[in-house]
Write a protein that binds this ligand. Structure first.
Ligand SMILES: Nc1ncnc2c1ncn2[C@@H]1O[C@H](COP(=O)(O)OP(=O)(O)OP(=O)(O)O)[C@@H](O)[C@H]1O
Length: 250
């Protein structure tokens, strides 16, 4: 299996505050990875460094073998990043929005139309293809932003809290879509505060606290690390983040 993402000792400070501290992580291609941590742990900062939007003070990120520092164009070509509060162009309709994004990636218009149609149908937005995005609910905008992230068929999808604001049906739809995307050999890394998503969907889970990776592995491995055999991920997470100080970093 190829390594999709390799984070090597990355650090990032905002002024005197160290948000991410010497974090190393490896994610296999074709897997679903959940990055968990309390508020302010450094998850978004980590994702933004992976996506090439924030330059690490130290360390490097390799995306399918390409360094985000030394070959940013090549590295970014294969990934998509969906922020927790994505910006949508309100005055565009979904088809126009997706064709616009596809154009930025150099996809020719006929192909862009086919791809856009397919994704809008998958995300149950097809019936709204002619409506201005400004009329959309938060959940619909969230789904449209996801469609925009997927339009250039990236091999790696980086998602910051992708299910916040989605109702049960939309959340189910997005979860199924992500599972299918990973089944096709692509890679997902996401942050979430919804333990059930990590528990049910992720092959591996990383837990960060105060900018450091304090535990990493399958759910069973995390249970062992926390000394909570058979426990839910929520129990394991709370045990690891509340009872371990930063000295426990791995
Ligand atoms: N632009 C910024 N300027 C200064 N400090 C920042 C900035 N962005 C984040 N921070 C700080 O860095 C730390 C990590 O923030 P980050 O957003 O990465 O955490 P997070 O784990 O994503 O949190 P949450 O779960 O609340 O979204 C926090 O203490 C935050 O206040």
């Amino acid at each position: 299996m190829e390594i999709a993402l390799q984070l090597s000792q990355i650090s990032k400070s905002y002024g005197s505050h160290q948000a991410v501290n010497n974090l190393s992580l490896q994610i296999t291609e074709g897997s679903f990875y959940a990055l968990l941590g309390p508020n302010g742990a450094g998850k978004t900062t980590t994702l933004r460094m992976i996506a090439g939007l924030l330059r690490p003070d130290k360390g490097d990120v390799m995306i399918l073998g390409h360094s985000i520092r030394r070959a940013p164009q090549k590295a970014k070509q294969t990934l998509a990043y969906l922020p927790d509060e994505p910006l949508i162009y309100n005055k565009l309709r979904p088809m126009e929005y997706l064709e616009f994004i596809a154009g930025l990636w150099g996809i020719n218009p006929p192909k862009a139309q086919i791809l856009a149609q397919e994704i809008l149908k998958q995300l149950n937005l097809w019936n709204h293809r002619g409506d201005l995005s400004e009329t959309f609910s938060r959940g619909m905008k969230q789904k449209l932003a996801l469609a925009g992230a997927l339009i250039h068929q990236p091999r790696i999808l980086i998602l910051d809290e992708p299910l916040t604001g989605l109702d049960a049906a939309a959340a189910r739809l997005v979860k199924n879509m992500l599972a299918e995307y990973v089944n096709q050999g692509n890679t997902v890394i996401l942050t979430t505060h919804i333990m059930e998503i990590a528990e049910r969907m992720a092959q591996r889970i990383g837990i960060i606290n105060h900018g450091r990776l304090i535990a990493e592995g399958t759910l069973d491995e995390l249970r062992t690390q926390s000394g909570e055999a058979g426990a839910s991920l929520e129990t394991v997470f709370l045990e690891l983040t509340q009872n371990h100080d930063v000295e426990g970093a791995i």
